[in-house]
Ligand binder design. Structure first.
Ligand code: J2J
Length: 544
């Protein structure tokens, strides 16, 4: 089985006693619907009933077993917002293989970093993704990881010696397939961390903990078999997967409608056509939706929408207050993290809570306290660092003992790096953050990861990535570099792109300085760089 940091025995016992951990595999979410004839999933022209979805999952699981997949293995998966994403996810759970679901925007750098950590036995990817148009990356991964024996590709008809067609595997007979999920207190899959270090970190999630966060989210968000949930954010991201996400909706027997992205062009017709009544967005998407409705002069297409979840990045009060009138639906704020803790505002909350706070935890056993810089608790209403542990908050990043030492305290509380205030009723308000991460409209960028890549360029001697305020995205990025020779920003960006990172991580600006400001102890003074970036923006008149 996969090694990971477990919960202490006394807490595990408590979570079981309280009925949070039910010792069932996550794949039960679909199993319970094996005779259900209702529509589970709509993706473009495709309509999947629960029964059909279950069958496809079993056929794929059986095909994978026949090709040598075994319980305890791992898989690197990269699929877009298509039905196959869920089919693959559940099939792997049923054979007991733990996947990492890379986002579709991820490129060579992220994919190889994930592979290095999990040493995958299986690769499932999409021929239509730029890294998989040819076999270069596949061959590299195979030579780096000798145990990578099963390669399955979506959007290809032919099974070759090197790789198999996903469609073909899904069409094979399920024979006498018997599920072999991992035990419920073992790793079911890995979530991706937004990160603040040089290498992207992985978060082991067990069946027990993840399943609980989903079951407990449903009543808070009002999910039931009548829910028609639009999944427009990347399907594998923790938020649209589990808060309450597609998995919550499947559990309840509702419908998930998939679109490739959250643009009004793809979402509005889908909402209208399929009577979507719930969706989840990040703040920039909300702004774009509001602008679009403003231009059209009506939100008629969205008449069926009842609940809009907004989270992933800071959401301003002014925008929050506009939702009800402009979109005709109720706002539910969500402040969550792939590491675990998820907070929601509740339906029926007063305006102060709904519009100015980011909710309270799912569970009465989510322990949350706020620390000052010395690690001491601060009084209610005062900002400090969020510390948390609980029945679905992880106990350590995968294979990262040193980093775990830094972000967990002696009692197993995880410090998320968010600066928040907590109120006596348990509600939290996000004030800012102390981690070196940039939140570009919900997409997280670890400054160090980009700085390391910049420093690999032979002309770069120093590099620092900082956030610059942006009206739509909340934050964008500016890379400050010191170089040995004159080098054009466009050249550095192109070079970064060639290093194989996701486009959203490419610096929005690159500025050259003769030297970087330092703190008294000699570290790069990011505070000063942020101030410089903001001053430059103001000067240029394109700020806030
Ligand atoms: C401010 N910052 C927020 C919010 C997340 C549900 C919703 C979101 C995520 C997510 C998730 C915020 N206001 N409302 O996993 O299940 C920032 C914080 C947090 C980090 C986590 C879910 N909601 N954030 O965004 O793992 O800084 O998860 O620590 O991508 O996003 O990012 P991520």
């Amino acid at each position: 089985m996969i090694e990971f940091n477990r919960w202490p025995v006394d807490l595990a016992e408590r979570y079981r006693q309280k009925g949070y951990w039910i010792d069932q595999p996550l794949s039960e979410i679909l199993d319970i619907h094996h005779e259900n004839n209702a529509i589970a999933l709509i993706c473009g022209e495709q309509v999947w009933r629960y029964r059909e979805l279950n069958d496809a999952v079993n056929r794929l699981a059986a095909a994978l077993l026949r090709r040598g997949a075994r319980r305890g293995q791992t898989a690197l998966v990269q699929l877009g917002n298509e039905a196959e994403f869920y089919i693959v996810f559940f099939a792997l759970l049923r054979v007991g293989v733990a996947p990492v679901n890379a986002l579709f925007s991820h490129q060579r750098s992220e994919l190889t970093a994930y592979a290095q950590q999990i040493q995958p036995d299986i690769l499932i990817a999409d021929r239509e993704h730029r890294q998989f148009h040819d076999d270069v990356l596949i061959n590299q991964l195979k030579s780096d990881h000798q145990n990578l024996n099963i390669v399955v590709l979506h959007h290809t008809d032919s099974s070759l010696a090197q790789s198999q067609s996903l469609a073909q595997l899904m069409s094979e007979d399920m024979g006498d397939f018997v599920p072999t999920p991992t035990p419920a207190d073992e790793v079911a899959f890995f979530q991706l961390s937004g990160g603040s270090t040089g290498t992207p970190k992985l978060i082991p999630r067990t069946h027990n903990d993840y399943y609980y966060s989903i079951r407990a989210s449903n009543p808070i968000c009002g999910v039931n078999s009548y829910t028609r949930y639009l999944c427009a954010l990347p399907a594998g991201h923790n938020y649209p997967l589990s808060s309450p996400g597609a998995l919550g909706v499947f559990y309840a027997g509702g419908q998930v409608i998939l679109t490739p992205n959250p643009s009004p062009e793809s979402c509005f017709p889908a909402i209208y056509q399929h009577h979507v009544n719930m969706t989840a967005l990040v703040p920039p998407a909300v702004s774009i939706w509001l602008e679009c409705i403003n231009l059209r002069g009506s939100a008629d297409e969205l008449a069926s929408l009842k609940v809009l979840l907004v989270g992933g990045a800071p959401f301003g009060e002014t925008l929050a207050r506009r939702i009800q009138n402009a979109l005709g639906c109720q706002l539910q704020q969500v402040f969550g993290m792939a590491e675990g803790l998820v907070n929601y505002t509740r339906h029926g909350d007063d305006d102060i809570h709904t519009f100015t706070m980011q909710g309270r935890p799912i569970s009465e056993d989510d322990e949350v306290w706020i620390a000052n810089s010395q690690g001491q608790p601060v009084p209610y209403g005062e900002p400090g660092l969020l510390m948390t542990r609980g029945p679905y908050t992880f106990r350590g990043y995968y294979r990262s003992p040193e980093y775990n030492q830094r972000v967990f305290d002696a009692n197993g509380f995880y410090c998320s790096g968010d600066v928040v205030t907590q109120y006596p009723d348990g509600y939290l308000k996000v004030i800012g953050r102390e981690k070196d991460q940039i939140n570009r409209g919900g997409e997280k960028i670890a400054a160090e990861e980009i700085e390391h890549l910049l420093l690999r360029h032979p002309a770069v001697t120093y590099a620092a990535l900082v956030a610059i305020p942006d009206r739509l995205m909340g934050e964008k990025t500016c890379a400050y570099v010191v170089t040995r020779e004159t080098i054009k920003p466009a050249v550095l960006r192109r070079w970064l792109r060639e290093q194989g990172i996701a486009d959203y991580k490419l610096p929005d600006r690159v500025e050259t300085l003769p030297e970087l400001p330092l703190t008294p102890v000699g570290k790069i003074n990011k505070q000063a760089l942020r101030a410089l970036a903001a001053a430059n923006l103001e000067h240029q008149g394109d700020a806030l």
